[in-house]
Ligand binder design. Structure first.
Ligand code: PLP
Length: 427
């Protein structure tokens, strides 16, 4: 895993790792570790690769905020023209704070609270992606009370196997997301009769980290079959939202390109005489920000020849900072920021300081390490910081955005005082 799977990462003449030409060792020295660093250019290029692939075809990219909700990143994507896919009132507030356009926001999620629905309707979000009959009824009642008409879309569960990790697969019948596609016509009929609801579209999201376009095509086919049924009943849709899930390379995967994703979806949809006139929406999260980021961390201690002859490298980042390896068993590339040719290469278990055996960042990595070295965990721009916690009373990392040759601190490291700011001593 010594190769660098991301084009904006490179090594200089002395083998030092650079992100967009900016030395990552300098970021570690200036801002400390652990620190997330992101490339603004990588995010911009990923966004533009999708919009370029659509060309003149009507579309809207709605960035899935949960992948990385930092205000600077949301503002960057808003400036590029992105809409946003949100799953909470908190994410809505973030998007508005960052300058996102309410009309380009879709609100997903199985558990929208009444106050969140009210907030979304009051600011004029583009669409609520409804995930159950009970939610449809709740939205209708709130819209009635607010004396307005709620724009809705049904999130259907097309029952296609995204062939990804079970925890990030969402399009199968037996998980909590969406409504079964067979029940959708009934719910659309109910919505069509309801004076407080306006049907704007249909949506599905079949899973995350897909590395094959075929499940996407299969989901689009099922959505079109449902569209045919709705057309017969005179129910009109105004957009088709095929969700996110576009995978990226973490180590040696070969995911489809933006052009592959878009041409697959457009290829299926534009063969349909009605669907071809509707805007296509996508909700990518990981694809837009994942490759842009690294997590920088320092080696605290080396414990060679520990249990079962394993060698442990204890770094200052842990599962609370980057949860994907511990949560999903995800394999993420880990490389030395400044490889030291004088050190022997050894097979290391890369672990953090947190008191859990599950606290690992990588297993059996071939690296030449010594105490104090900085390592970079690659592909950490998505579901990295956004999933971080304060477990073990560890402040979450700093975040830095590299833009036009400069490193901007976009989130300071959390202080320990901030971790108990909401706590009170009992009287
Ligand atoms: C998580 C999520 C996304 C984004 O998924 P990625 O795999 O990051 O592209 C999009 N839509 C919905 C409804 C989601 O829950």
């Amino acid at each position: 895993m010594s190769h660098l799977p991301y084009p904006h990462l490179a090594r200089d003449a002395h083998q030092a790792l650079m992100l967009d030409g900016y030395p990552l060792s300098q970021i570690a020295d200036t801002f400390g570790t652990p620190t997330y660093a992101y490339s603004s250019a990588a995010i911009t290029q990923a966004y533009q690769s999708l919009t370029a692939a659509f060309g003149d075809r009507k579309h809207q990219i709605c960035y899935a905020v949960k992948a990385n909700g930092n205000l600077a990143i949301l503002a960057l994507l808003a400036r590029l023209g992105a809409g946003f896919d949100i799953v909470s009132g908190g994410e809505l507030a973030r998007v508005l704070k960052a300058g996102g356009v309410p009309g380009k926001i879709v609100f997903s999620g199985v558990g929208k609270r009444a106050d969140e629905i009210r907030y979304a309707l009051s600011v004029g979000v583009g669409c609520l992606n409804v995930e159950s009959q009970a939610e449809l009824a709740r939205i209708s009642a709130i819209a009635k009370d607010m004396n307005l008409i709620a724009p809705i879309s049904l999130r259907v569960n097309p029952d296609v196997d995204a062939k990804t990790h079970p925890y990030i697969s969402t399009g199968l019948k037996d998980n909590k997301f969406g409504v079964p596609i067979e029940q959708a016509p009934d719910l659309y009929r109910q919505a069509a009769r309801d004076p407080h609801l306006r049907i704007v579209g249909i949506d599905c999201h079949i899973g995350s980290q897909l590395i094959d376009v075929r499940p996407f095509a299969a989901a689009a086919e099922r959505v079109l079959a449902l569209l045919d049924l709705l057309v017969l009943e005179g129910i009109e849709l105004h957009h088709l939202d095929l969700g996110g899930g576009l995978g990226i390379a973490y180590t040696d995967e070969h995911p489809p390109t933006a052009a592959d994703w878009v041409s697959t979806v457009v290829g299926v949809i534009d063969r349909h005489p009605i669907a071809r006139r509707l805007p296509i929406m996508l909700e990518p999260g990981r694809f837009l920000v994942g490759p842009s980021g690294v997590l920088l961390s320092r080696v605290e201690y080396l414990k060679p020849h520990k249990a079962e002859g394993k060698n442990f490298a204890i770094i200052d980042a842990a599962m609370n900072d980057l949860m994907r390896p511990a949560l999903y068993g995800s394999v993420m590339a880990i490389v030395a920021v400044k490889p030291d040719a004088t050190q022997p290469t050894t097979t290391w278990e890369i672990v953090g300081p947190v008191c859990e055996t599950g606290d690992f960042l990588g297993h059996a990595r071939e690296l030449a390490l010594k105490e104090g070295d900085t390592v970079a965990i690659l592909g950490a721009g998505a579901y990295g910081f956004s999933m971080a916690s304060n477990y073990n009373t560890r402040g979450r990392p700093a975040e830095v955005l590299i833009d036009s040759g400069q490193a901007h601190l976009i989130r300071t490291r959390e202080t320990v005082e901030s971790l108990w700011a909401n706590e009170c001593l009992a009287p």
